[in-house]
Design a protein around this ligand. Structure first.
Ligand code: SF4
Ligand code: SF4
Length: 433
């Protein structure tokens, strides 16, 4: 069944053909892994190891007691070279553990995680939202008592251009996704669990349908549109329910998890396996675009080498999807739990940045494209003039930073950057989202 999509949104060139046909292959073990101790939203972990120490694959190397956090595990058997700081894809610095892997690795062995129930095992396994948000999953498995989750939605949309890692996961391991979906439904006591897949991945939808035959899992094909994978847009597309302003998705009776997260949950529960690696799409101007199973802490530079190196002129390398991912200032940053892609763009693929002085011609296209029904031109204009309160009156804090407005703007106003400035200023003033 094909349901109608959400309102607003855009149809950028998909560019998925570059890597959609490439089966997942394991990226080589690099000489060094640089594993950040904060790979999630929430409190950073404290190092649990020291230089010179031997670590086993799956051993906890970073942990903290805070509720909103996720432990970090060694992805390999090896020796800790140092505990220090590293640059991250976001351009910040983070505490990290650098590990020299041993030559022989057995990827079928790991230190097993334990827990008394599903949320505690998921927490011990260090699982976070693998779609990019990196919010600790265990927290979402225990919603506030006054909110009832009637539907769990798995996000298999992968609506960002270029990315195909979720597509390949659904195609190659549909049983794992379906198993994770069932675990999520029973854990949350929901009546339904629905996997939403965009119509541009019919083979993945078919594989999931076959795998879900006779189970409690439903598969729903949705029209292709960006940003369908955003939480509120997906809830609307699947359930026709709006999340009340300022409330959690559970207020609409729904909870959204990424398909990769569901697969990681299935492995944690059935195999006691912690999160030590993830699938990353490496694509664009590289010699061998594809989908790679990557040990967390592998440097982007090593990953690009694994994909055969650059092919042609490179203008920008983006971590994640090109609509929302940050352009990298250095390639020597590690792959983390939330990094779904490395997209290498050439001069014709990436528009050069413009300054904030481009005039708005009041065409209204940004408002039509905005899936949150905002007026991006107004927020941008007020942000440019540092009139933060006015930007707040136009609901700047509701912006999900999808970039649809900037994509359609004929004068290429840097709308997302301006809105981000306004959001930062409003939050600093204590305005609640
Ligand atoms: S204003 Fe925000 S939510 Fe709306 S299109 Fe622009 S980036 Fe997306
Ligand atoms: S799309 Fe650009 S030019 Fe048109 S109204 Fe929005 S900001 Fe102004």
């Amino acid at each position: 069944m094909l349901k109608g999509a959400f309102l607003g949104g855009i149809h950028p060139p998909e560019m998925k053909h570059l890597s959609a046909g490439s089966a997942i292959e394991r990226a080589p073990v690099p000489e060094r892994l640089v594993v950040p101790l904060v790979q999630h939203l929430g409190a950073p972990c404290q190092p649990m190891v020291e230089a010179g120490q031997r670590v086993r694959r799956g051993e906890v190397i970073g942990s903290v007691d805070a509720l909103v956090s996720a432990p970090v595990h060694s992805p390999v058997d090896g020796e800790v070279v140092s505990v220090g700081e590293c640059l991250t894809a976001a351009g910040t610095r983070a505490a990290c553990v650098t590990i020299a892997p041993y030559e022989d690795q057995d990827f079928e062995q790991w230190v097993r995680v334990e827990g008394r129930d599903v949320p505690s095992i998921v927490r011990a396994a260090g699982i976070v939202g693998l779609g990019g948000a990196a919010f600790p999953t265990a927290v979402k498995l225990v919603p506030p008592k006054d909110l009832e989750v009637s539907t769990v939605i798995l996000n298999g949309c992968e609506c960002e251009p270029y990315l195909t890692c979720d597509h390949r996961l659904m195609l190659e391991s549909p049983d794992l996704v379906v198993r994770g979906a069932s675990i999520l439904r029973t854990t949350l006591g929901a009546a339904r669990v629905v996997v939403g897949v965009e119509a541009n991945k019919p083979d993945a939808a078919e594989a999931l349908r076959k795998a879900s035959d006779g189970t409690d899992v439903e598969v729903l094909v949705l029209p292709t549109k960006y940003p369908q994978g955003a939480e509120k847009q997906l809830i609307w597309a699947v359930l026709r329910k709006e999340v009340p302003h300022g409330k959690l998705p559970a207020a609409a009776g729904a909870l959204v998890h990424n398909v990769g997260t569901a697969a990681a949950i299935a492995e944690a529960i059935d195999l006691q396996k912690p999160l030590m690696e993830r699938i990353v799409t490496v694509t664009g101007r590289v010699a061998r675009p594809g989908n790679y199973r990557v040990l967390l802490g592998t440097l982007v530079s090593d990953l690009i080498r694994a994909a055969g190196g650059f092919a042609g002129e490179v203008a920008r390398v983006v971590a994640g999807g090109p609509m929302t991912g940050p352009a990298l200032g250095s390639l020597d940053v590690p792959v983390t739990k939330g990094m779904s892609g490395v997209v290498v763009l050439g001069p014709d693929d990436a528009a050069p940045p413009v300054d904030g002085d481009q005039p708005c011609i009041r065409c209204g296209r940004c408002s039509e494209a905005c899936p949150m029904f905002l007026q991006p031109f107004a927020i941008g204009t007020y942000a440019n003039a540092h009139l933060w309160d006015r930007a707040g009156e136009f609901h700047a804090l509701d912006c999900i930073e999808c970039g649809a407005c900037a994509y359609v703007c004929p004068t290429r106003r840097p709308l997302v950057q301006l809105i981000r400035l306004a959001k930062g200023a409003l939050l600093a003033k204590g305005v609640k989202p």
